[in-house]
Structure formats: C-alpha cells, structure tokens
Design a protein around this ligand. Structure first.
Ligand code: UDP
Ligand code: MG
Length: 321
C-alpha cells in the first residue's frame, strides 16, 4: 500500500496541562506509523488553538519550531469545539488524503489511528471511532449520553451510537462536508448525512490525562440542543400534535360542561384555574420551542463566519508575519 498523507487535527482550548504529553505521545505513534510505511512523510499533526487564554499557543508554536511534522492553527477567538474542529479540517483538507480528528486530552486511545488508516486503505471514506465501554465517564454523563442518543434516534436523526468526534474522513468526504454551510454545527450528525462508505473501529476511552473538562454542563446542553435543532424539526411537529390533542379534549370538556349545566351542576373555579395554567404553560413551552428554531434561523440567515483563522504556523514560517 502507498503511504497515506494523513493529517491529525486536534482542537485545543486551554490545554496547557496536557499538550506537552499529547504532543509526545502523538509523536511516538507518528514515528511508528512513518517507519512502518503506513503514512507518508508529508503527514502532519495539526493543533488548533481555539482562542485559549493560557499558554496553549505558545506551547504549540514552541514545539512546532522544533518538530517538523507538527503544525498549529490559531483561531482569533473561542469558536467552540465543533467550529475549531471544522476550522482545522477545512484548512488542511486539500493537503491530505485523509484527516483524523481527536481531542487533545488523550481520553481516546490514539493507537486506534493505525486501524482507522487501514480501513481507509481498504476503501472506506469515513471511519467512526466507537467507545467499547464508558466506565471512565461519570454515571451522570453516561446516563445523559445514552438518553440523548436514544432521543435523537427517536426524532429520526441518524447518529452513530457511542461515537463522539474521533473519526477519519477522506479528502472527498471532507470536500462534501465543506458544502454544508450551516452555522448551527453538530458534526457527528452531519457526517452520516454526507454519506460515502463508512465503518466503525472500537476503542477504549480513558480518563482525561490532566486538566479539567472544557465541556461544562452548560456547553453540553447547548451542544445537545444544537444537535436536535440542526437535524430535526420533529419537536415542532409535536407542538402541532399537542394542539390537536388539546383541541379534542376541549371539545369533550365543553360537552361535559353543557350537560352538567342541564343537570344543575356548576363547574368550580379551581378546575377553571388549573386548566388555564396548564394550557398557558404548554403554550409558553411551545412558543419557547418555536423561538428556539427562529433563533437558529436568525443565526443561519446572518451567515457569520463560523471561525476566523488568525495564524497558521508551520514552524518554518509564520504566514502572517
Ligand atoms: N475544546 C475546544 N473548544 C472549546 C471547548 C473544548 O477546542 O470551546 C476542545 C478541548 O480542548 C478538547 C476537546 O475540545 O480537545 C474536547 O473537550 P473536553 O475533553 O474538555 O470534553 P469532554 O471530553 O469532557 O466531553
Ligand atoms: Mg475529554
């Protein structure tokens, strides 16, 4: 097999605690793959600094100056994990045969990468890294993740179970992904939409090597919401269905009221209040839900850039100097 030009793209946000170790371990793997002839010497590891506030960019440029196969991309501000990943992939895709995306924190087993490339060599355009077990995640994270996958499936969204953003994509799959212009980005839902021949590789997920998760609950919920609203309008259909069901119920309630009137009974104020609050609550909920989609449309229409690249550092020269 001809050696493959592989670019490994690593989004990094405030990762000064893990980066030196990450670069070291990826370096070991990289040299192994080079010497076995699996990858070409045109391959690169590209760290994308997602507007970090710590020494992340200094570490990246410092190592890149000394290590030939290491490059850095600096984003002008914190664009978020999904956008940072996209920035990396879109910047390098034309130079590579395939790109692999992986987190900086060494949670994902990097030794699955040679298997990814072997799958690419046997004709797959997309290779999904799938966690064989999740016992290193907290019970809460595991529980919510399973619920989220099931919910997405229920809404008719095609996602790969237990796959996050550890995957390989061929150049042509990335070129197809480039045509998806949406601002509301949820890559693991988009990639299956891109299509092409795909397969899975199982790997074990470890603890974060150092530092803290850059995905606090708030960001996690935002990502989940983006996932749902960018891929499905079924929630709005539920609002319609709910309206329909309540209309039917109200017809029966009206009939009941009229009949009771003729039998001399009156409807008490408590039931009136309860039904007003109930329907009022549901209306607000429905309005909020629709508002969520309107907000997303607003963002899409403005069509602002999803990321801004400030610098692309290859060690030899700084393109913006
Ligand atoms: N990350 C990023 N921008 C952000 C948040 C996170 O580039 O705004 C990167 C982070 O550096 C890491 C990856 O996204 O490489 C996943 O984040 P993390 O490991 O903290 O998430 P978790 O594994 O806890 O879900
Ligand atoms: Mg992590």
């Amino acid at each position: 097999m001809k050696p493959v030009i592989t670019y490994i793209v690593i989004p990094c946000y405030n990762e000064e605690d893990v980066l030196p170790e990450t670069i070291k371990r990826f370096g070991e793997l990289f040299r192994l793959m080079l010497s076995s002839g699996l990858i070409s010497d045109k391959s690169r590891i590209v760290c994308v600094d997602d507007g970090s506030k710590d020494r992340t960019w200094e570490i990246i440029t410092d190592y890149s100056t000394r290590i030939k196969y290491l490059n850095g991309i600096k984003l002008a501000h914190n664009a978020g994990h999904q956008n940072a990943l996209l920035a990396g992939l879109m910047t390098v895709k034309d130079k590579a045969d395939c790109c692999i995306s992986i987190d900086a924190d060494l949670q994902d087993d990097i030794y699955a990468i040679p298997m990814f490339i072997e799958k690419f060599n046997s004709g797959y355009d997309v290779v999904y890294g799938v966690r064989s077990k999740r016992d290193t995640d907290s019970k809460f994270k595991r529980g919510t993740a399973v619920f989220f996958y099931k919910f997405l499936k229920f809404l008719g969204v095609d996602v790969v179970f237990n796959h996050a953003d550890y995957r390989l994509m061929s150049k042509r799959a990335l070129n197809a992904l480039a045509d998806f212009k949406e601002v509301n980005l949820f890559l693991r839902g988009l990639v299956p939409l891109v299509g092409f021949k795909s397969t899975e590789v199982q790997y074990e997920r470890n603890e974060r090597f150092a530092g803290e998760s850059k995905y606090p609950l708030k960001k996690m919920l935002a990502l989940a919401l983006d996932g749902i609203t960018s891929l499905s309008i079924t929630p709005i259909r539920f609002v319609t269905l709910m309206g329909f069901v309540f209309s039917i119920i109200s017809i029966f309630a009206a009939l009941y009221g009229v009949i009771s009137y003729f039998f001399g009974a009156t409807v008490g104020w408590s039931s009136t209040i309860v039904s007003i609050w109930l329907i009022g609550g549901i209306q607000l909920l429905a309005l909020g839900l629709i508002g969520e989609y309107v907000g997303k449309i607003y963002k899409e229409v403005k069509n602002r850039p999803r990321y801004i690249v400030e610098d692309f550092y290859t060690g030899e020269r700084n393109l913006y100097e």
